[in-house]
Ligand binder design. Structure first.
Ligand code: SAH
Length: 210
């Protein structure tokens, strides 16, 4: 997500007690962060936070964490959160380091919405958040059978992801090639809004590790 540099973003994030900036502080401690034992769902690349804040509002008995590597975007997500919403936390960090933030068994579900498709060079496939290397990291963090819910408008990334999940023996369900013409009760993300207005089809899948 391209975003003008906000020199004040870092200070703003440091001031917030719901943002983790330091890896050392959270691994294995999420239940004390949220002060309960509820399930934890993670959104990777939460952007400006529309999806996570709205989803958390609807599901108060689930804890949500958004990890985002761009501080200029994350600061907008933090601002979007209502004061009384206590089931959301954020990490300023990179999903490549996901195992530094969570202990095995701490997560139940991961949302990936409109991540970078890394099209073009073959060697870039490894950077896709649904590459098998990532799927194995996600699996290791799951309580038992971790779920990954993916949305994208990118056909190539979607096809790639279906193959990766199925080659790694994940169970796939609720696959949609036109989400906006389905019955799914959808929370629309910022990118989704933009792309669907331009006429793009939205693809979605649910995968569960075995
Ligand atoms: N999910 C939002 C934003 C999509 S854009 C939406 O649907 O509107 C993708 C976002 O993922 C960007 O904000 C980008 O900074 C972030 N991102 C990309 N790779 C990441 C990574 N490895 N770790 C954390 N965030 C990442």
């Amino acid at each position: 997500m391209r975003m003008r540099n906000k020199p004040w973003a870092e200070d703003e994030l440091k001031k917030s007690n719901i943002v983790i900036l330091d890896k050392k502080n959270c691994k294995g401690s999420w239940s004390s962060f949220f002060k309960n034992e509820n399930e934890v769902h993670l959104e990777i690349g939460c952007g400006k936070g529309k999806f996570i804040t709205e989803t958390a509002e609807k599901n108060k008995n689930i804890n949500y964490i958004g990890i985002e590597k761009n501080k200029n975007v994350l600061v907008l997500a933090v601002q979007k959160l209502k004061k009384e919403q206590s089931n959301v936390g954020f990490i300023l960090g990179d999903a490549h380091n996901i195992t530094s933030y969570f202990l095995n068994g701490e997560l139940s579900r991961i949302y990936i919405n409109f991540c970078d498709p890394w099209e073009g060079k073959k060697k870039w496939a490894k950077r896709r958040l649904t590459h098998r290397n990532f799927l194995n990291l996600y699996k290791s963090l799951g309580k038992k059978n971790i779920e990954v819910f993916l949305k994208t408008d990118n056909r190539e990334l979607f096809e790639f992801s279906l193959n990766e999940f199925s080659n790694e023996n994940w169970k796939l369900k609720n696959i949609s090639l036109d989400l906006h013409n389905s019955n799914y009760e959808n929370v629309i993300t910022e990118y989704e809004e933009k792309f669907s207005q331009k006429g793009a089809y939205i693809f979605r899948l649910e995968a569960k590790s075995l």
